[in-house]
Design a binder for this molecule. Structure first.
Ligand SMILES: Cc1cc2nc3c(=O)[nH]c(=O)nc-3n(C[C@H](O)[C@H](O)[C@H](O)COP(=O)(O)OP(=O)(O)OC[C@H]3O[C@@H](n4cnc5c(N)ncnc54)[C@H](O)[C@@H]3O)c2cc1C
Length: 449
């Protein structure tokens, strides 16, 4: 069994993620990413410098170069895909459920909730278009996103969500009874029914990322790998980004490190996000008998309604990918307990898979914001985009598109996603204590309420 050992970097502890190995995962075994592109070895002038070579960094560079003819370069501390973009579950979704659309309508107003829904929907279509137009062979699976109710109360809430989506957002959300779920999708032993939305889908996230990298390179944009920005000096609105072996002099800088943004890189970001570890296991391929015994009859992507959610999908080679929360601190990320917990949860959902072996186990950082929505924000030539809260595979594409517009001074929709900075966490130094308390609250709520 392969167990990732690379998770020593902790963004709340370390000030730079340099010289770290790629995460080995199921995905990294499906594609050879080739040799690194060159690192920065001299002084380079550019209009916009992008720090971070994940989905957001690459696509922001792509849109700036392709749509706006801006001179841009990408600086990545390690290899492209060191961060979450090569570690995720590959769900392309238009909402993670952390903050429902009816909650958004209450927090802001209905028009704002509709506006955010429209941006998230556009994000899913955008990814689909990019895959098609650029012939990215990232194994898109059948369309559909199932949200599984883990108790009767959650089922009633899903019915309410379906009504809200149909009535106010004009979209289709199908409520599935337990017997429909069992007949058509899976024999899930902890489910009370489900909500099905028909435009989520699964992809191979690393193949998608390498497809984006090729798109950027075709625009002639330099992607400097193994180039960690270690200091940043601003003088009269001009930025000097200094790495071990070179420097970039830029008019504007965007830090697109998301959950991998080290502390003190960008003071506009410090204290505005909480990096959360998510852990994934992938089983050995399921046999025809095991598929039948667990009733797994779908390649759609699945998440449940727990506070501490589990997410899963059947991969093209019939392995089951199963994910959920990981450790709180980076130093604990690879302790066996997190894999064991996932295996236990998987077995509770599908007891027929009790003895199935686990072939892969890895983890990575997700960035959460205090208000549970992403923020794509630019001020005085310095910007960031973070806090996708589990929908970064899709939303990173929309964020990159909008950030490129902001950088060249074009208008973007007047939504809290784009016109307000991510709120600061109060007592930011205690974020992890808050997270620990939240996990205990979630554990109790998921079991007893
Ligand atoms: C286990 C897991 C499962 C997930 N599953 C899903 C899912 O199924 N669907 C979904 O939508 N989202 C999912 N996500 C979230 C999603 O992967 C992220 O939101 C998304 O990949 C963020 O992309 P990004 O480009 O913004 O950041 P990243 O991909 O994290 O890239 C940031 C990059 O910045 C670089 N960097 C940081 N500091 C510096 C520096 N000083 N100098 C140079 N480079 C620097 C890092 O090396 C890193 O490569 C998951 C995340 C994890 C960890």
């Amino acid at each position: 069994m392969f167990n990732s050992q690379s998770e020593q970097f902790d963004p709340l502890v370390a000030t730079s993620p340099k010289r770290l190995p790629q995460c080995r995962s199921y995905w990294s075994d499906t594609i050879d990413i080739g040799a690194a592109t060159s690192s920065l070895t001299k002084s380079v002038h550019t209009d916009v410098a992008i720090i971070g070579g994940g989905y957001t960094g690459l696509l922001t560079a792509y849109y700036l170069a392709k749509h706006h003819q801006v001179d841009v370069c990408v600086l990545e501390a390690n290899r492209v895909g060191f961060g979450a973009s090569a570690r995720n579950a590959g769900f392309v979704l238009k909402g993670s459920g952390r903050l429902g659309y009816s909650q958004m309508a209450k927090r802001w107003d209905l028009d704002t909730a509709k506006g955010i829904y429209s941006e998230f929907s556009e994000a899913v279509s955008r990814v689909k278009r990019l895959i098609e137009e650029h012939h990215i062979d990232c194994e898109p699976q059948s369309k559909g996103y199932l949200k599984i109710a883990h108790n009767a109360k959650a089922m009633a809430q899903l019915e309410g969500s379906a009504n809200f989506i149909g009535k106010y957002l004009g979209d289709d959300a199908q409520v599935l009874s337990l017997s429909q779920l069992k007949a058509d999708y899976m024999d899930h032993k902890q489910a009370f029914g489900a909500l099905r939305i028909n435009d989520g889908f699964g992809i191979n996230p690393l193949k998608l990322l390498m497809g984006y990298k090729t798109m950027v390179e075709r625009q002639g944009v330099p992607v400097f790998e193994q180039t960690c920005v270690e200091s940043w000096i601003e003088e009269n609105g001009i930025h000097r980004l200094i790495s071990t072996s070179g420097e970039v002099i830029a008019n504007k800088v965007v830090t697109l490190g998301n959950g991998y943004t080290p502390k003190r890189l960008n003071s506009a970001v410090d204290s505005r996000f909480l990096p959360i570890l998510s852990n994934i296991v992938v089983t050995q391929p399921l046999s025809t008998q095991e598929l039948a015994a667990s009733g797994l009859n779908t390649r759609e992507v699945v998440m449940d309604t727990r506070v501490l959610k589990y997410y899963y999908r059947l991969l093209p080679d019939n392995r089951l990918l199963f994910g959920g929360r990981g450790a709180i601190f980076g130093r604990d990320a690879n302790k066996p307990i997190y894999q064991q917990r996932l295996k236990f949860a998987l077995t509770q959902c599908f007891p027929a898979l009790k003895n199935k072996g686990i072939d892969y186990n890895w983890n990575g950082w997700i960035a959460a914001t205090l208000d549970d929505v992403p923020h794509v924000y630019l001020k005085n030539g310095i910007g960031y985009s973070l806090g996708y809260c589990g929908v970064g595979v899709s939303f990173s594409a929309q964020a990159a598109f909008r950030l490129a517009q902001q950088i060249v001074g074009k208008p973007v929709p007047q939504l809290p996603l784009y016109n307000t900075p991510a709120p600061k966490f109060p007592a930011a130094g205690l974020r992890r204590l808050g997270q620990w308390s939240y996990y205990h609250y979630g554990w109790l709520k998921d079991r007893y309420f």
